[in-house]
Design a protein around this ligand. Structure first.
Ligand code: MF3
Ligand code: CO
Length: 247
């Protein structure tokens, strides 16, 4: 069941969401060639804890880190390890912070140095997909209009929408109803009420949308090993639009 948040609850959610926003910006200023994905995770964990929050991902369903760090063909849920980032990589960093009894959730895909024209466009189009997704979104909008617009933008640019993972509601739990797919039929789905708080997170692939999960049980990779990108924000549905809490 979708929960509608009160203004008081939304007020409490601002802080974990601002920590996610600032942490993503902090990582973006420091990430670069020569850094391991484990070092990226350490930046995230230290930043979140120094902000008086907890990293929601750590221990979630047994997840072993504070951030998901997903390089190139890894779509989501890359587990930080000794991999050394190098020029030409694209790296999505996805993180959640818990404070005031609520979670915030966001992700960005970063370019390491000069990347291929295809990767560059993929990262740009994935961000654009988020903004297409929220275009015209307000109380009463059909849920699957979001995915309809995301899919249209991704596919019209020659990319594909990953189906196996979706956005989600968020609040006292990191994952709440509803599931927010990045594909769909216009005019369908529940009508989103004012006060719903959801994470919209396009996961877009350069090639096939089909993914597989590695033996670690987490790492989701594209089956054709072509790159994928991810961009996510936590947003509040308002009477006259949306409010983005992690930007
Ligand atoms: N932040 C992710 C999301 O967008 C969740 C990561 S799964 C976890 O839903 F296990 F890492 F927490
Ligand atoms: Co999310």
């Amino acid at each position: 069941m979708l929960s509608v948040k009160s203004e008081r609850e939304i007020e409490l959610m601002r802080e974990p969401c601002a920590i996610v926003r600032d942490c993503l910006a902090f990582v973006g200023e420091r990430i670069g060639a020569g850094m391991t994905t484990k070092e990226v995770d350490a930046l995230v964990e230290n930043f979140i804890r120094a902000s008086g929050a907890e990293p929601s991902c750590l221990g979630y369903c047994g997840y072993p880190a504070s951030a998901c760090v997903s390089v190139n063909e890894v779509v989501v849920h890359g587990i930080p390890d000794g991999y050394v980032l190098r020029e030409g990589d694209i790296v999505s960093v996805d993180l959640c912070a818990y404070k005031n009894g609520f979670h915030g959730d966001g992700a960005r895909t970063f370019r390491i140095g000069q990347v291929s024209a295809e990767k560059d466009k993929l990262v740009r189009v994935t961000e654009e997909c988020f903004f297409k997704g929220i275009e015209g979104l307000q109380a009463g909008s059909p849920l699957y209009d979001i995915g309809y617009r995301v899919q249209k933008h991704a596919e019209s640019n020659g990319f594909s929408v990953v189906r196996a993972y979706t956005g989600h509601g968020i609040g006292k739990e990191m994952h709440e109803d509803p599931s927010v797919p990045n594909y769909g039929r216009r005019g369908t789905g529940i009508r989103l009420p004012a006060g719903a708080v959801i994470c919209i997170e396009p996961m877009i692939a350069a090639g096939t949308w089909r993914v597989g999960v590695l033996g670690d049980g987490w790492t989701a990779v594209t089956l054709d090993k072509r790159p994928a990108a991810h961009y996510e924000n936590t947003v509040v549905i308002r009477e006259d639009g949306v409010e983005i809490l992690t930007l």
